[in-house]
Design a protein around this ligand. Structure first.
Ligand SMILES: [Zn+2]
Length: 291
């Protein structure tokens, strides 16, 4: 493995420490950056970044502006077997502790719309290297606001959709496909749960079917496009070990469209329900007044 990596990562080549905003929003986790002599100020600028960060807020569900919380940084360390924290609110006090052995720091940002909307980053500084070791919300969540409208229907699976898109964007076929397949199968299962209530439903037959057969059987509960192109989805029945990177990358966009179509229908249904509920309340209020 070591030898294979030699070509892509030349140890002598200097990888520049990114600007603060890029370090927070663009670098992936566990990617170490060497801190060269001339970079120390740059490092302090990251740790004590005072500027704003414009990015997607998962709680506001739209783009927002974040600012650093009183510009403080927390160091986490152990005293014997007891965990301890130390807070720094200026660069000078931080600089004096900078050469301490344990250097796990965290930095928080708050949404300027609502203070309780937070963004948190953790980093590890050791051997003159800085590595981002954690962040909330994840990079995939922040970089995929296009899928935000589906959060309402996907709930906890929403993160998986973003992970799938993130991996696909980096050319990771099988990995991205696994996430997408999980979501797709979940949505098909949702349609299956509804269809099972039909009096004529044949569960034994359904269980025996491959994915394109299942889609045909569930046609009344799925978008037309998905039913028309059902053969395309037969790949979903294949075991993960049978799939090639290219197969996964090729099928990804089609499966994604299938997922989006199901989700769009679910969103429409929610919207319709919301309007009906609003109208009911309005009618009952009018009715009360005219009594
Ligand atoms: Zn917010």
């Amino acid at each position: 493995m070591e030898e294979q990596n030699m070509d892509s990562t030349k140890p002598t080549e200097k990888k520049t420490l990114p600007e603060p905003k890029d370090f927070f929003l663009k670098t992936s986790l566990y990617e170490p950056f060497e801190i060269y002599e001339e970079d120390t100020e740059k490092l302090f600028n990251i740790v004590f970044y005072k500027g704003i960060i414009d990015t997607y807020c998962i709680s506001c569900e739209k783009k927002s502006t974040f600012k650093s919380v009183d510009n403080y940084v927390t160091r986490h360390f152990m005293v014997g077997s007891q965990p301890a924290v130390e807070t720094y609110n200026n660069v000078d006090s931080f600089k004096s502790d900078y050469f301490l052995e344990t250097k796990v720091f965290s930095k928080e940002f708050i949404c300027t719309r609502k203070e309780k909307h937070k963004m948190v980053f953790h980093f590890f500084i050791d051997d003159n290297k800085i590595t981002k070791i954690g962040q909330y919300p994840s990079l995939a969540t922040l970089t995929n606001p296009d899928t935000k409208k589906y959060r309402r229907v996907l709930k906890e699976k929403h993160d998986e959709l973003n992970k799938a898109i993130g991996l696909f964007a980096h050319g990771v076929g099988i990995g991205s496909f696994v996430y997408l397949r999980r979501i797709f199968e979940d949505l098909i299962e949702g349609a299956h749960a509804k269809a099972k209530n039909e009096s004529m439903w044949d569960e034994t037959l359904y269980k025996k079917q491959r994915m394109n057969g299942k889609i045909a059987t569930l046609k009344d509960y799925l978008p037309d496009f998905l039913v028309e192109k059902k053969e395309t989805y037969s790949i979903l029945s294949k075991g993960i070990h049978e799939l090639s990177e290219d197969e996964c990358l090729n099928i990804f966009p089609v499966v994604k469209v299938g997922i989006e179509l199901i989700l769009d229908e679910k969103l429409e249904e929610l919207e319709k329900q919301r309007k009906i509920n609003e109208a009911r309340v309005a009618i009952s209020k009018t009715h009360q007044k005219t009594k």
